[in-house]
Every structure is written in structure tokens, then in C-alpha cells.
Design a protein around this ligand. Structure first.
Ligand code: MLT
Length: 263
């Protein structure tokens, strides 16, 4: 589906139905197809909504600077347009940065949080430098060159060995994202705020998920968030790395089903 929000055309999945609204925010450099196993596999228990962020997938890219707050406001505009007052807000990696910011800005709209292979801490000085280098690389050589740098960390050894279709899908998804969107998101991630202090203020049900083999954002980040968020649940999914929802969809979806019972 497509709709004009905040000055651009946003493309999104909406499974419809009367279940709990579940907003799924993709990471970098991905698009809404990251959630294909959840849009298809959870629509009996949730109204699954999965947008392409501005500059990614089939969504438009208006000119101007993008911050994590910009993406956050786009998510709020989407919920407004769909007449959804409260949703379970789930984000993977960069999507998690957005989910945490969404909680900071609009906590009255959040029924529960799912933080998947993400972190609360900001970029280190070295990390920021890496963002600038990747922006240059994207402009000079295209998105595929940036994506190629992280592909080996994206999926677990088990996924590489046994799921060629997932490897192919992840490779194609990361390589096809528009350069403008990729560069804007790199700058947004580079300049994002520290959400560590926010964690102790979270008072909605929260599920923290990590692939056991994630090397891009190690399990220790999930463990720290789980410790800091009162009453949160932590699930480590074996034989998955940065994209557990794609690598182990059955296990991931069961965790979401269980979580939705308590939100
Ligand atoms: C992502 O998957 O969204 C990225 O790995 C996040 C990041 O680069 O910080």
C-alpha cells in the first residue's frame, strides 16, 4: 500500500485485521521485505504494519537532512494516518534506534516495545568516522559496496551453510537500496542520541531479542538493555546473527506470539 505522509510517498504493508497493531521498523540498509516472514506469519494475532522508511525500498525521499527523529515522526504520521492510537513498536538494529526514540517522544502511543539486535548507546568517535567513510563509499561505488562490507556479519554461519535462499534475499535487499537514502541514514545513525538513560524509564512490556551469533551488534548489548529495562524479557535465538527474524522465523515468530499475550 502507499500513502503520502510527511511530504513523501510511503510504501508499507498492512495485514489489516483486528489484532494488536504491531509496527515493524526495518534496519539499515534494508526495506520492509525484511519482515516478510512476520507479515505473513503473524497476521492471525496482530495487525502487522511494516513500512519502507523514507529513502528505502519503494518509499520516496524528500530533500533535506534526515535524523533518527525524522524517521520517528514518519512512524507517528503513519500510525496517525491509519488511525492507530497505540501500537507495539518493534525495531531491528537502526529500527531499534527509531523504536527507542519513538518511546522517548511518543510513549503514550506505545503499548509494548520489541528491540531486536539493536543497542541504546550512540556511535563511538571511531564509529562516526566509519559512517563518514561509508557515505563516501556509497556515493562513489554504490550501496552494494557498503552492503558487501557487512554481509559476512549479517547472517550466522549456519544460515550461510544451510539457507542459500535467505543469503540471496539478504544480499539482494541490501544491495538495492537507493544511495541517497543510505547516505542520509548513515548521517542519522552517526548523530543519534544516547538512549541509555531512557532504558530505566521504560514502563511498557519490552522484549529484547538477539541472534546468538550477531557480531555487528553483539549479544552483550541485548543483555545490557535487558538488565536496564525493568521487567523486560530477553530471548537469544541460536543459529541466527543480525537478522534472526529472517534466519529463524519460526522461533522468532513464536517469541512474538508469546510476547503479544502480555502486552
Ligand atoms: C542496522 O542493521 O540497522 C545497522 O547495522 C545498524 C548500525 O549500523 O548501527
Amino acid at each position: 500500500m502507499r500513502m503520502r505522509v510527511n511530504g513523501f510517498e510511503m510504501v508499507y504493508e498492512d495485514s489489516g485485521g483486528s489484532g494488536v497493531p504491531l509496527l515493524l521498523i526495518h534496519g539499515f540498509p534494508f526495506d520492509r521485505t525484511l519482515w516478510k516472514e512476520q507479515v505473513g506469519g503473524l497476521s492471525d494475532v496482530a495487525r502487522v504494519i511494516a513500512p519502507d522508511l523514507r529513502g528505502f525500498g519503494e518509499s520516496g525521499m524528500p530533500t533535506g537532512m534526515v535524523t533518527i527523529e525524522t524517521f520517528t515522526d514518519d512512524m507517528r504520521a503513519l500510525l496517525d494516518a491509519l488511525n492507530i492510537q497505540k501500537a507495539v513498536v518493534a525495531g531491528l538494529s537502526m529500527g531499534g534506534y527509531i523504536a527507542l526514540t519513538f518511546y522517548r517522544q511518543y510513549k503514550e502511543r506505545v503499548r509494548g516495545l520489541m528491540l531486536v539486535d539493536t543497542r541504546a548507546v550512540p556511535d563511538s568517535p571511531e564509529g562516526k568516522k566509519g559512517r563518514d567513510e561509508n557515505a563516501v563509499l556509497a556515493r562513489e561505488k554504490g550501496t552494494a559496496a557498503v552492503a558487501a562490507k557487512t554481509l559476512s556479519g549479517l547472517l550466522s554461519p549456519q544460515t550461510f551453510a544451510t539457507q542459500p535462499d535467505v543469503v540471496e534475499m539478504a544480499t539482494a535487499m541490501t544491495a538495492r537500496q537507493p544511495v541517497e537514502g543510505v547516505v542520509a541514514a548513515l548521517m542519522a545513525m552517526r548523530d543519534r542520541l544516547d538512549s541509555t538513560a531512557l532504558l530505566t524509564t521504560i514502563s511498557v512490556p519490552t522484549l529484547v531479542v538477539s541472534g546468538g551469533d550477531d557480531t555487528l551488534i553483539p549479544v552483550t548489548e541485548a543483555e545490557s538493555m535487558h538488565k536496564a529495562i525493568r521487567g523486560s524479557q530477553l530471548i537469544i535465538i541460536p543459529d541466527a546473527a543480525h537478522l534472526p527474524n529472517l534466519e529463524q522465523p519460526r522461533v522468532f515468530n513464536q517469541a512474538v506470539r508469546d510476547f503479544l499475550k502480555i502486552v
